[in-house]
Every structure is written in C-alpha cells, then in structure tokens.
Design a binder for this molecule. Sequence first.
Ligand code: G16
Length: 543
Amino acid sequence: MPIQTIETQPFSDQKPGTSGLRKRTERFAVPHYVETFVQSIFDSLEGFRGKTLVIGGDGRYFNDTAIQRIIKIAAANGFGAVKVGQGGLLSTPGASHVIRHSRAFGGIILSASHNPGGPDGDFGIKYNVGNGGPAPEKLTDAIYAHTKTITRYLTYDVPDIDLSRLGVQQVRGMTVEVIDPVADYAELMQQLFDFDRIRALFASGFRMQFDAMHAVTGPYATRILEDLLGAPKGTVINGVPLPDFGGGHPDPNLVYAKPLYDLMMGPDAPDFGAASDGDGDRNLIIGRGRFVTPSDSLAILAANAPRAPGYAAGIAGIARSMPTSAAADRVAEKLGIEMHETPTGWKFFGNLLDAGRVTICGEESAGTGSNHVREKDGLWAVLLWLNILAARGESVDDIVRDHWATYGRNYYTRHDYDEVDATAATALMAALRERLPTLAGSRLDGKMVASADDFTYLDPVDGSVSGQQGVRLIFSDGSRIVFRLSGTGTVGATLRVYLERYEPAHGQHDLDTQSALAPLIAIAEAVAGIRARTGRDAPSVIT
Ligand code: G16
C-alpha cells in the first residue's frame, strides 16, 4: 500500500504555548488540524528514520482518535517503531521516562493538562525530545514556522491499531508496541524511594487519601500506593480515568480539589492528602490541617531529599521558575549549591538537568520534579513526601513549621484572572512595561521599589536568551509582585499576578496568607489598574 500524500493548508493558530498546542477540543476536531500540526512537528525533526516514537495521553476525549492518526502519520514519515501506552494512556512523567528508558527519538503527549476534557473541553498535543523533556523553544519555533507553510501531510490508509491489546502489531513497515503504561514507571519509583519504609508507615496505621480526579494517575497511584506500598484499598479515590474526568476540572488546587481540602481540614482528616492533575505532572500536598504551597513544597522536598535513597548523596542544585517563591533559594544558600531562576515552563529546566547542574526543580503552578525524568512529576512528589514523612516520623504540619522556623516563611499567593479580554490583557501588560523605567526607585504605598523589569533569561548551558517572561516589581524588603499572561489558556487571556513577602526565621509565621499579602495586593491593583482594564472585581482563582 502506497503512502498517501494528503493536501492541506496552514492553520493560523498552531503556535505552541507554554506547553505545546492547547485548544478547545472542537478546534482539534476540524479536518486535518491534528494531522497538519503533527506533520509540522515531523518536518521540524531530522534523523528519525527507523527510530522509535513514544505516544500516549491522559485519556481525555479525543485521545484515542488523535493517537490512531498520529501512528499512521508516524509510519508514513518513516519512524521504525512506536511505543504507545495501553488504552492510549501515559502520564506526562510516565511518557518522559519511557522515552528515556527506551532511548526513543522523542514522543508525542496528548493532553491539555489540568483543563477540563470532553467535546466542550480542551485538548492538546506536545512534542518531547530524546532527553524526555518538552521541546525547547528553538524547536517549538521551528514547528510553528512549518505550520505556517505546510501544504501536505503523509499517512497510510490502514486499519486502526488495537490499543487495548498489549504486545506488538504492525503498521506497514513500522512496529507498534502497546505497553503497560505503569510498569516502567513503578520500577523507577522503587529505585528512588525506600518502599520498605513507606510500607511500614502504612502498616503502622498511617492514613492517606489520594484524589486521582478521574485522570491519568488513577492506575499509577493504585498500583504504587495500594498494590506495592500496601496502603488500604480506597486510599486512591476517583481512580478510574474518564474521557471527561467525570465532568470535573482535573486541576489539583484548592478550588477544584476542594473536597480533599475540606476533608484534610476536618475532624476526621487522614494524615496525608494528595492529588494530581489530568496528565499526572502536577501535585497537591495537604497534611492534616496544613496546606503546603507548591513553592514551600519545593523548598521542603529539596531540603529533605537526601532522606530518600535516590538522593542520598545530596542534590547538585535547585531550579525554580521566576514567579515561584524564593523559599527554595534559602535552602540552596544553606546547602551551598547552585540555584537557578528560569522562565515559566518546564522546558527551561531541561538543559540544567542534562548538564547535572540541578537535581530538583519546581514551579508555583503545582509542579515539582527531579533529574529522574524531564517533566514535573505529581506522583514522584507524593512519594518523596511519603518517604520524608516515614523517615522523620513527624506530621506534615510539624515539618512545615520546622522548615519556616529554620529558613523563614515566604508568604505567597497567585491571583488568576481567567478568560479576560485578550486585547485588554495585552494593553495592561504593555502599560506596565512602559512604566518600568519610572517605577524603579519610586515608592508605592510607602514601599521602595528596588528594581522593576521584564524578566529575561539567559540559559547558562546553551547561551539562549528568552525575553518578556514577566514584569516584576521587587521591593527593598525583598517582597515581589510579578505580572504575566499565561501561555496555557485556551479562551481569551489569563492574567496571573504573583505576590510574595518574606518573614524571617522565628518571625510571624501564622498569619492568614491573603491578609499577610494585603498591602501588596493593593499595590498590584493600583499599579496595573486590573479592575479598570479587565472589568473584574476579583480574581477568578486564588491559589
Ligand atoms: C504548564 C507548564 C508549566 C507551567 C504551567 C503554567 O503546566 O508545563 O511549566 O508552569 O503550564 O503555565 P502558564 O502560567 O503559562 O499558564 P501544565 O501542568 O499545564 O502542563
């Protein structure tokens, strides 16, 4: 059967964002839309003939349809083999591991992460390179350039693969291996963590609830927590992945994981609560009566990592995205290790991890991970917390308080204004940028602005420069306000305002976060005119 060359036309809206191409599902359902983007990816790559491509997704609506099309396009373009998760499932960190472990050329991950799924929800396609990490900007720029000039894609008119059957099938000359999505990943986790110790913790009556939010981590968490670590059945809730995530919003934050939060703050709270998102790379950590912010979690995990066997020799360095709180910086300073501040987006950690300059990375957007893969990893964070809890024999609350007593506390919050008019949001950012030169050195509500800039990142490994990564106002007392537009929204624009204030060791660590940051919140409004420009009285989501 000959390769089919299908004529197509460029779509004007296929520019990858913070993490691949994310759009409404209905957009991806437009004829040739998926094919055009996937062919543009392949047209941007060199040297993949005969090599392996990993494919998997978070199981959302359209996952299987997209996978079948991608398999045929991969075969027609000359890939030698595809590894695909059974049922089309692979968590994002799971896919990253399979790419690395099988020395694949790269991988395609289908997900819109924490965004809702279904015909009226969102979908996404992302390409990961051979190190298992998201394509760097150079490559996403090349993909975008191809989407603007593409005229054809290659495919085969062959029957679909049976994604439910483990083992090898053929698409013309290309082998398609349907793999157990969990097996390799579970093996890796056993190398990193002290499973015996965590097993003993559960055996001693330690209680946990893990909310898989009907998303991809269900099978991973059930196998690892309940089957391998002996947590009681029912520890994992909402563990069956569903195409529409059960109608929910698979975002493990205090808004969408509210039932878990309420449980953990209630009288019958288990010892430990956790959740992950649609594709399994984000995490939410809550102890009995204690929510741990992602920024604090990064700092605490970095400080305690050597308690897990995989990190017993210590960590080389820490990296965080610029808007993430500086809590981890204090840990790095104390340990005398490298600390890096990168733009938002996991792709910026890849070079630092590959060069061995950092071991642990994290972002305020509920992502933490290490050099074990090249994606953030929700279940990894949960297991490292469990390992630390087992090793220290203290509660989450005790560990958090002890951390603040040692390093001080970075009060931190993020205010999101979702689905704002894109023109208004762009104008707000432009106005802020224009004011930057006069803001530095001025006083805002009595607070001295020590510096005001638009963050530019110089990658210390490959020398690449990424500009316009967020407007930041840094005050003389170390507090910060950062403004940026999200690169993952699918409707209008999402304005993110990040606010941070440092309270030193043995200071006041029990204030309510929003009250502690109220003066900064007022300054942010005054400086950016959020209400007037967006018409919004309050953020849509506060985390
Ligand atoms: C993605 C990226 C993260 C980023 C987050 C938020 O996460 O992988 O690096 O921090 O989006 O980005 P933004 O602020 O631009 O919306 P995920 O979990 O959505 O893949």
